[in-house]
Design a binder for this molecule. Sequence first.
Ligand SMILES: *Cc1c(COP(=O)(O)O)cnc(C)c1O
Length: 299
Amino acid sequence: MEAPLQQLHNPLWENQGIALWVKREDLLHPAISGNKWRKLKYNLEEARRQQKSTLLTFGGAYSNHIAAVAAAGQEFGFRTTGIIRGEKHLPLNPTLSFAASVGMALHYISREAYRQKSDLLYLTQLAEQFGNPYLIPEGGTNSLAVKGCTEIVADIPIDYDYICCACGTGGTIAGIIAGLEGNKQVLGFPALKGGEFLKEEITQLIDRYNGQHYDNWQLITDYHFGGYAKVKPELLEFMREFQQQHNMPLEPIYTGKMFYGLIDMIQKGYFPQGSRLVAIHTGGLQGNAGFRERLGVEV
Ligand SMILES: *Cc1c(COP(=O)(O)O)cnc(C)c1O
């Protein structure tokens, strides 16, 4: 499995002497997408070490993580249970229909109950109810996920100044920061509002992983486009142009916003002349089928 580096060419940055590469984590695995594969890798090893036969995790109805865990269970020989936020809707959307097709048992809970997803008591009850499974938190983020994501940077064979990554729970960027051990500049682009909270989360994830504190990173909070699942026409338009120019698909929740933000920052002169940038394509393209269905738009 390989995630090649692809250089993007455009006078917009090349006229400033800026070079831009994309690390194509989306190509790591056909179904266990991008960062979700990195986050699962050591969790799967740990589940096996604990001789667990079932993986149980949490997510929304369009979650990339749910799709990835379902696929990983099939490929690596675990049963999987997905605790899905909200009510069941038939027919299943493309994400859940994929998850079910590779064997995931779907269990729906109310939005109120879902808020307890990190409570110890609730997790103990779930473990009893579902046969003592290996529990993976929402989005797959824990210390083993951070460890897996440190390997994203170990796997970049060129020299560069900045690395850019979309953020949800912050697990991926925590691994990137820890893997760089204080080197380079790391820019995170949150998909949600509320960057201050996320900053604290990331700091804690790194601390729990290796006890270190780093200052070479920041969150760019201007490009969430109204929040997680809000899709603005200008973002879709940008994604279409990007696909045409670079022949690289994006999705509107994470990578679309990050590239929009990154290119906007280049345009506004944020990066010094001669900067070398690496952007992480974290994958998530499975979600596009759901967008097409829900919004009736081409993404
Ligand atoms: C889950 C996901 C992210 C966010 O990763 P976190 O580790 O939760 O910050 C970014 N991009 C894509 C495509 C994702 O699916």
